[in-house]
Ligand binder design. Structure first.
Ligand code: NDP
Length: 302
């Protein structure tokens, strides 16, 4: 962590670089000792510009870690049957140890059917109901990358999380629910808030660890935050930035960073926070999947 005048900044650049270095080291060992190169594949349907950027960045990070990267770009009018056929092909491909379908997919395709078709052992995003159920049962599972990144950052800021009150705003299967499960596993007392929660600021103010995973720019302001709390901002929102020129935009989180940095103990920035951890954790998941597939033990601290 680096320190600002007020809250400590939980720096995603530093923490994700450390994790990626650990992944690269492990990949090197797997290649050297076992002749195994973990492979991560991504399927992208359509040409949503934000998704294209995510997929490109994942590919770059995968190759930088010494792993094999596979990208499959399918046209926007790909039928659900054709996408499922591609998913089954990757389920059966021994060179692919983990893969994901970049969401959102076009409206004519059921996201849940796609998730249900992915082999849980290769489910790099940890979205398959079997993995969600295993996580909720406290069993080894493929854990969604963004929630894992949140946990690593919260631990970095707060050390032992046991007994702390964590409030997670958002209850999606992708972020909110698995973050809550991971915090529960760390023996936090967990509150999950959502769009129907009453008096959200009062609930948030109870938090020693506040995770915002909503998708509303700058929603969390300083009056929502207990002094000294750790604030993890998952939100990625594009807002107009007239100061950068006409029609320009910039990314902000769900937390009003400047405002909240004056009261929080530690805070993640956007950009430069959780988003960077997501890619690093995805790489880690792929290495874990490759090792499980080959019954290779990983170091305990991996
Ligand atoms: P979803 O839209 O699936 O879920 C949003 C959640 O926020 C829902 O549970 C919803 O409640 C809740 N919510 C919406 N409005 C309010 C409100 N006014 N008050 C309280 N709760 C509210 O989004 P995701 O979970 O997929 O993503 C959340 C954010 O995280 C987005 O900005 C997304 O871009 C970002 N994200 C970032 C990633 C990263 O790598 N950093 C990765 C994934 C997502 P309800 O269930 O009642 O509708």
């Amino acid at each position: 962590m680096t320190s600002s005048a007020q809250a400590s900044i939980i720096d995603g650049k530093i923490i994700s670089a450390e994790l990626r270095a650990r992944v690269a080291k492990e990949v090197e060992r797997l290649q050297r000792d076992h002749g195994l190169t973990p492979g991560l594949a991504v399927i992208l349907v359509g040409n949503d510009p934000a998704s294209e950027v995510y997929v490109r960045n994942k590919g770059i990070a995968t190759r930088e870690a010494g792993m094999n990267s596979y990208e499959y770009k399918l046209p926007a009018d790909t039928s659900e049957a054709d996408l499922l056929a591609k998913v089954r092909e990757l389920n059966a491909d021994p060179a692919v140890h983990g893969f994901l379908v970049q969401f959102p997919v076009p409206d004519h395709i059921s996201q849940q059917t796609v998730i249900d078709t992915i082999d849980p052992a290769k489910d790099a995003d940890g979205l398959h109901p079997l993995n969600a159920g295993r996580l909720a049962s406290g069993l080894p599972a493929m854990v969604p990358a963004t929630p894992e990144g949140c946990l690593i950052m919260a631990k970095r800021a707060g050390g032992d999380l046991s007994g702390k009150h964590a409030v997670v705003i958002g209850r999606s299967n992708l972020v909110g629910k698995p973050v809550a499960q991971l915090l529960l596993k760390e023996n936090c007392t967990v509150t999950i808030a959502h769009s129907r929660s009453r008096d959200l600021p009062a609930i948030a103010r109870e938090a020693d660890i506040l995770v915002a995973a909503v998708g509303r720019a700058n929603m969390v302001t300083r009056d929502w935050v207990k002094p000294g709390a750790t604030v993890i901002d998952v939100g990625i929102n594009r807002v107009p930035a007239p100061e950068k020129g006409e029609g320009k935009t910039r990314l902000v989180g769900d937390v009003d960073f400047k405002d909240v940095a004056g009261v929080a103990g530690a805070i993640t920035p956007v950009p430069g926070g959780v988003g960077l951890m997501t890619v690093a954790c995805l790489l880690r998941n792929t290495v874990i999947a490759a090792c499980r597939a080959k019954a290779i033990e990983l170091p305990e601290d991996f």
